[in-house]
Design a protein around this ligand. Structure first.
Ligand SMILES: *[C@@H]1O[C@H](CO)[C@@H](O)[C@H](O)[C@H]1NC(C)=O
Ligand SMILES: *[C@@H]1O[C@H](CO)[C@@H](O)[C@H](O)[C@H]1NC(C)=O
Ligand SMILES: *[C@@H]1O[C@H](CO)[C@@H](O)[C@H](O)[C@H]1NC(C)=O
Length: 436
């Protein structure tokens, strides 16, 4: 009895040694995921390999999402699926909401004594209860220029969700990729799996037919040969909102979304008047500015929006740009016939977000401010966020495209490039031809 136990233990250790050896023999410094803009929802959708046997799944990107979630009710088949038990370290890391039992299992998403969390669909503002789980995920590594060998995270943590939570997601998406600032967000899980710095960068393509990219880990970030875009970054602190902004949360939980401090907004170098209270996050978590991939266009609280659009209309008029009737959802539209095109988009007044930090000016040119709604009509791609939104300014997808944004969680700092078009590249210029 004793000797067979010893034998069992030693073979177990041998297996462990082999397993950890296989994992450490190649340690990537960075990983890449492709990300595509969906034509009809304007969501940004990434692709990840999960399960055994391996399946390629599409997940809509939720930049501030606490964790990733996947539909487990429909056709989830995997020999490596494991529910996360209640009262485990992984469960605490997920800031669990309770312990769950399930009566029509066992199957993925339905097991007893599991860690129950609240997967959230911010596109339709719906959250529910799901089982926390682990399964193998495979991602491509990179040297910053092309994708290299694939690497695996054997016990990637995510939440299961029922099929109805997929409502409102891009066609084909089976869940959300959560890039938020939490222990089980994608960035933290990847960096702890491979011991690289807790940082990632997104570069969303404005094209619906060419991939943008998400880099995890360190640069370089080569978009085109010899165009290394981390050289173009300016920096501002990332700010923690002490109150969660998720659809459901526990009292006292901070937000996992990415907030920055906007000090001023300028249109053609002229600062607009903004009620400063709105730009600060108060004790209840209201106010301030966040970056989001959930909103396709930037939202501003009504008084900021009014001041901003008035200034914009004035500056446009000074350039003989003619205003035309609104085209929903936009209020401010112009005839494009006398607007010339430039490398950085239509030649219209520039917008500067003056952020906290030295030289921390994020310039938004025509490529990121103007939306072509029909022949000869361009609209200002910003929307009125109403009178009492929780967050005063939400910087949305259109304003992020063809910009590199580097989120450094270790030093709580955002690096931003402003438009890459000025550097004669775009977010669609990463060479996805693998060298592996
Ligand atoms: C969970 O436990 C209950 C009884 O305690 C049992 O009826 C049920 O079948 C179990 N479910 C699973 C998925 O094992
Ligand atoms: C500024 O905004 C705050 C918060 O909405 C509000 O309480 C205050 O009255 C505003 N101040 C002015 C001068 O409008
Ligand atoms: C992309 O990378 C592959 C593999 O390294 C290389 O053969 C090819 O020339 C590259 N393409 C461009 C356009 O640089």
């Amino acid at each position: 009895m004793a000797s067979s136990l010893v034998l069992f233990l030693s073979s177990f250790f041998l297996l462990l040694i082999i397993a950890s050896h296989a994992q450490t023999s190649f340690r990537p410094h960075a990983l890449v995921l492709p990300v595509r803009k969906d034509t009809s929802t304007l969501q940004y959708v990434t692709r990840i390999n999960q399960r055994t046997p391996r399946v390629s799944i599409h997940l809509a990107v939720n930049l501030g999402g606490q964790y990733s979630w996947v539909d487990c009710d429909n056709n989830y088949v995997s020999s490596t699926y494991r529910p996360v038990n209640c009262r485990t370290a992984q469960c605490s890391l997920a800031r669990y909401t309770g312990c769950g039992d399930c009566f029509n299992g066992p199957r993925p998403g339905c097991n007893n004594n599991t860690c129950a969390v609240s997967p959230d669909n911010p596109f339709i503002r719906l959250s529910t209860v799901g089982e926390l789980a682990q399964d193998i995920v495979t991602v491509q590594s990179t040297d910053g220029s092309t994708p290299g060998r694939s690497v695996t995270v054997p016990r990637f943590i995510f939440s299961c969700a029922p099929t109805f939570l997929l409502q409102g997601l891009a066609s084909g998406a089976l869940g959300l990729a959560g890039l938020g600032r939490a222990g089980i967000g994608l960035p933290s899980q990847f960096s702890s799996a491979f011991s690289f710095r807790r940082r990632f960068a997104i570069c969303l393509s404005s094209s619906t037919s060419a991939n943008g990219i998400i880099f995890f880990g360190d640069g370089p970030y080569n978009l085109l040969q010899n165009v290394e875009v981390s050289q173009s970054l300016r920096y501002t602190p990332l700010i923690t909102n002490p109150v969660s902004t998720a659809g459901s949360y526990l009292i006292g939980e901070p937000s996992t979304e990415y907030f920055i401090r906007v000090n001023t907004i300028r249109v053609n170098n002229n600062p607009i008047a903004i009620n400063a209270t709105l730009l600060t996050i108060d004790n209840e978590g209201n106010g301030g500015t966040k970056i989001s991939t959930v909103n396709p266009y930037t939202f501003m609280e009504s008084s900021i929006y009014q001041a901003f659009t008035s200034a914009y209309i004035r500056e446009a008029a000074a350039r003989n740009i003619r205003r035309v009737a609104r085209v929903a959802p936009f209020d401010v539209c112009f005839r494009s016939t006398n607007i010339v095109g430039t490398r950085v988009g239509p030649s219209v007044p520039f917008i500067d977000l003056v952020l906290q930090g030295q030289n921390a000016v994020w310039t938004i040119t025509g490529s990121n401010s103007m939306v072509q709604v029909k022949n000869n009509v361009l609209c200002l791609g910003f929307l009125d966020g109403g009178l009492n939104p929780n967050t005063a300014i939400v910087i949305g997808g259109k304003q992020l495209e063809d910009n590199l944004l580097q989120f450094d969680l270790a030093s709580s700092r955002l690096g931003f490039s402003s438009t890459l078009l000025g550097r004669q590249t775009t977010c669609a210029n990463f060479n996805f031809t693998s060298t592996a």
